[in-house]
Ligand binder design. Structure first.
Ligand SMILES: [Ca+2]
Ligand SMILES: [Ca+2]
Ligand SMILES: [Ca+2]
Length: 500
């Protein structure tokens, strides 16, 4: 099966690559390169593919072609089993290939091969076999040793720790702790390290808090484990009673009002805080530190739940929380409209800064975000575009060696729908003489004139009357210009043009 699939690679690779590609764990397709100045002749193959040889379903990885001469090449070409990996799961960038492993139930081998083409030399090849395993393969996932279940007094600090070991030469890539159940403990530090520091909540009866830690290795294999912390009731303090109110529904794009309550039977509430739990990071809660708060329901394309938590703390440092679910109901959405989009000035010089100006409106009154991107032609120098979502930003031209037309695309989004428009302007190399403004009236599409950027889409015949006489009533500019301008065009000079 391995041979069959490898034959699909197109037959341009050498047998040495083939032999190495169909083994198991320990097979390397090429020898690691040793860089020794004493070597008389270079190794027969100074090319290898480095990357994980065992990966988990669905995980993302990058393979890199390594050489002993800093990767000098005129071109690279990659091959892989297309029956196992579709093109949309693969991205090739020169000597690198990034891919997302397919979902498999049983170990499945994917063969990768690279050819390096150096001008004047025969091509070199290397290959690598990667085996994809099920995500939960028990023989591959990291081994975790977690601290034992423990008991501690309420209000005290506790340090949980895990020892995570990856197998078969892989390394641990990430660790994540989370609380699974029980009254919320306060995080005293990061939750992505091998230790996790928490402050236990105050309780009114003995409570058990459960925590989980998950570790993922460089092959994408992950393992998790749980630990329980029993919290002992030793402080004589009545806990606050907190309510975040009843769950509610709200239409998208409307204000959601939150009304909570908090009381303390043997003392007083000293602070409250509303927080949004989850991934709606663009929700801003107004007056989050008071019992009555509000937020703007986001523009959503499907109904979505937003979870908010109200926490109240009493004068003895005890906190309690309550959550509320707000279902955001999607409303029919009309796409925004672009009212205007242009670059000012329409002709700019090498190194100059221009303004990218756009206005838009949304039929539903949604807030709009604006995004400008350059669409460069091949080898065209890039503009430096200010990163800002407002409609009016600046962009700086690079140093230009020749006149160039720049094309930008403006995208306007209401959070669901996006509309876009192309806008062009002309960049003029600094040594090029700018055309006289009057000559732009007779030949408006020439380089350096404001309409030059539109030359590809405008009909030159529309301006033919202007070429012979810009003041003629057949020239479209006369409809825009007043009598003083026309007099100036007819007879250019300081006196006629002074009032133009
Ligand atoms: Ca207590
Ligand atoms: Ca109290
Ligand atoms: Ca809209």
């Amino acid at each position: 099966m391995c041979m069959n699939s490898f034959l699909k690679l197109g037959g341009i690779f050498l047998l040495s690559g083939l032999l190495g590609a169909c083994g198991g764990d320990s097979v390397s397709t090429t020898q690691p390169v040793t860089q020794s100045p004493d070597t008389e002749t270079p190794p027969a193959s100074a090319l290898e593919i480095v990357g994980n040889r065992e990966v988990a379903s669905g995980s993302a990885h990058t393979l890199r072609a390594l050489t002993d001469d800093n990767g000098v090449a005129t071109s690279w070409s990659w091959q892989f089993d297309r029956s196992l990996l579709s093109d949309e799961n693969v991205e090739v960038d020169g000597d690198r290939l990034s891919y997302t492993a397919p979902d498999v139930n049983n170990p499945t081998t994917i063969n990768f091969a690279v050819q390096r083409n150096v001008s004047g030399q025969s091509p070199q090849t290397a290959s690598l076999a990667v085996v994809v395993f099920a995500l939960d393969d028990a023989t591959k996932r990291p081994i975790l040793e977690l601290s034992d279940d423990l008991s501690a007094d309420e209000g005290t600090d506790v340090l949980l720790s895990v020892s995570a070991a990856a197998r078969q030469g892989r390394s641990i890539r990430s660790i994540a702790w989370q609380q699974l159940s029980g009254p919320a403990a306060q995080h005293l530090g990061a939750n992505d390290q091998d230790t996790f520091s928490i402050r236990l909540p105050q309780v009114d009866t003995e409570q058990t808090l459960r925590f989980a830690v998950q570790a993922q290795d460089s092959g994408g294999f992950s393992a998790s484990a749980e630990v329980a912390v029993r919290v002992l009731n030793i402080i004589d303090n009545t806990l606050p009673v907190v309510s975040a109110g009843a769950d509610q529904e709200s239409a998208a794009n409307s204000t959601v009002n939150l009304h909570g309550s908090a009381t303390d039977a043997d003392g007083e509430i000293v602070s409250v805080l509303w927080e949004e739990l989850g991934q709606d990071t663009n929700i801003t809660i107004n007056q989050a530190d008071s019992l009555s708060a509000s937020f703007m329901a986001p523009n959503v394309s499907e109904d979505r739940d937003v979870v908010l938590r109200l926490t109240a703390t009493d004068n003895d440092g005890a906190s309690r929380s309550d959550t509320i679910v707000v279902r955001i109901i999607a409303t029919p959405n009309d796409a925004p409209e672009i009212s205007s989009a242009y670059v000012d000035p329409g002709v700019a010089y090498s190194g100059e800064t221009v303004q990218l100006i756009a206005t838009g409106q949304d039929p539903d009154g949604n807030a709009l975000s604006f995004n400008w991107q350059q669409i460069p032609t091949q080898d065209q120098a890039l503009l430096t575009i200010e990163q800002d979502e407002s409609g009016n930003i600046s962009a700086s031209l690079p140093t230009l060696s020749k006149n160039e037309n720049f094309v930008l695309v403006l995208s306007v989004s209401d959070g669901i729908s996006t509309v876009s428009r192309e806008v062009g302007f002309q960049g003029v190399a600094s040594f090029a003489a700018a055309p006289n403004p009057l000559s732009c009236l007779s030949q408006p599409l020439q380089a350096g004139c404001p309409l030059a950027a539109l030359a590809p889409i405008l009909d030159p015949n529309s301006f033919s009357a202007c070429a012979t006489d810009p003041a003629s009533s057949d020239c479209i500019f006369t409809q825009l210009a007043g009598p003083a301008v026309l007099a100036c065009i007819d007879n250019p000079g300081p006196q006629t043009c002074a009032t133009a």
